[in-house]
Design a protein around this ligand. Structure first.
Ligand code: 13P
Ligand code: SF4
Length: 354
């Protein structure tokens, strides 16, 4: 006969499946929700046992984003939230640089990265030695580094930025020339917005570099009236076709404020699924691509991370101190733009005219 505990678990799993389905149908079938539900229940139990929170980037699969995440957002919001939570354990449902950033701002916490192979083409494009060489070539020019980099690269930098605050960070330096690393497309966009001359590195996001202006023109013709929102890691010709350019969180705020009846988020695929769940009245059309690194995160590996308290992110203390300084300078500059929920606010920005 079934024990009271087993009955309780069965009821919790049924409730989790129903809640997921209510949130995510019709994009996710009832059978899919039922398959995810036991993991959702297990992770919720483990979070209570471990005094843990799950931090989820906007690109997480919907069953993670809507099933187990406690704190959600873009890279900047995740950095703030990691610094502010009083949980003892932080599981980062995002890629490795996000887990490292969380560890930098919360060195006393156990920060877990469920799959250490979850990298990033931008982070892989540059090393600390590359940054030192650039500094030698351009003496006295400050280095702004996108958070999509290793702690070792951050440690060589003056200040970090995310796509949500890059223009603000570059302007804040008050100098005519800045070394901006490593995303060349984001750098071109920031240079146009800020009027500051940027010395760029040829790093690219393997997801966003695939979009093009021609693709978006064809897409617009096929979907009359569509509002096109694009991430600034896209190439300039794609950004020129967009109605709005912003970080993942900025795109979400735009959708909430403007409610365009037909909208396309030119970014990673799961973001549309996650946002669409909150706006059933809007039509999301999707010329998107998957980030293979983000997709390494799964409910089973999040559960396993919490069970084993592995993989722990550790950063050598002297290096961490220097990298933390670069992240904290960024947080200090943008803290006045942070809402009570820990998510940064930004004014809508239009793409540069084509
Ligand atoms: P956001 O900071 O806009 O969330 O972007 C992170 C990222 O990895 C984009 O590809
Ligand atoms: Fe890196 Fe691009 Fe994936 Fe973001 S979407 S983690 S920038 S590879």
């Amino acid at each position: 006969m079934e024990s009271a505990r087993e009955q309780g678990t069965r009821a919790a799993v049924a409730a989790a499946a129903a809640a997921l389905h209510q949130r995510l149908a019709p994009g996710m079938t009832r059978a899919e929700c039922e398959a995810h539900a036991p993991w959702v229940v297990r992770i919720q139990e483990l979070k209570r046992e471990r005094r843990a929170v799950v931090l989820a980037h906007n690109y997480m699969a919907p069953e993670i984003f809507h099933g187990v995440a406690d704190l959600k957002g873009d890279s900047l919001a995740l950095a703030y939230q990691a610094a502010e939570t009083d949980a003892e354990v932080v599981v980062v449902a995002g890629v490795h640089f996000m887990a490292e950033t969380a560890k930098l701002v919360s060195p006393e916490k156990t920060v877990l990265c469920p799959d250490l192979r979850a990298g990033c083409s931008l982070a892989a494009s540059i090393t600390a030695a590359d940054v030192r060489a650039l500094r030698q070539q351009h003496p006295g020019v400050p280095v702004v580094t996108y958070v999509n980099t290793s702690a070792a690269v951050k440690a060589e930098s003056d200040i970090c930025c995310t796509s949500g605050n890059a223009v603000q960070v570059v302007r804040s330096l008050g100098v005519p020339r800045v070394i901006f690393l490593p995303d060349a497309y984001l750098g071109q966009w920031v240079a146009a917005q800020s009027g500051v001359e940027l010395i760029l590195w040829q790093g690219h996001c393997e997801v966003h570099e695939r979009f093009s202006g021609e693709q978006l023109r064809t897409f617009r013709a096929a979907h009359p009236g569509v509002r096109v929102l694009a991430h600034p890691e896209c190439p300039p010709d794609a950004l020129a076709e967009a109605d709005y350019v912003g970080s993942t969180a900025e795109m979400i705020r735009y959708v909430g404020a403007e409610r365009p009846p037909r909208v396309a988020l030119i970014t990673e695929c799961s973001m549309s699924d996650n946002v669409a769940a909150g706006f059933p009245e809007l039509e999301f059309v999707r010329p998107c691509t998957l980030c293979p690194h983000m997709k390494r995160l799964t409910l089973p590996n999040i559960a396993s991370a919490l069970e084993r308290l592995e993989q722990r992110v550790e950063i050598e203390p002297a290096l961490a101190e220097r990298a933390r300084a670069a992240v904290e300078r960024m947080l200090a500059i943008t803290s006045s733009a942070v809402s009570s929920a820990g998510a940064p606010r930004a004014e809508p920005r239009r793409a540069a005219a084509s």
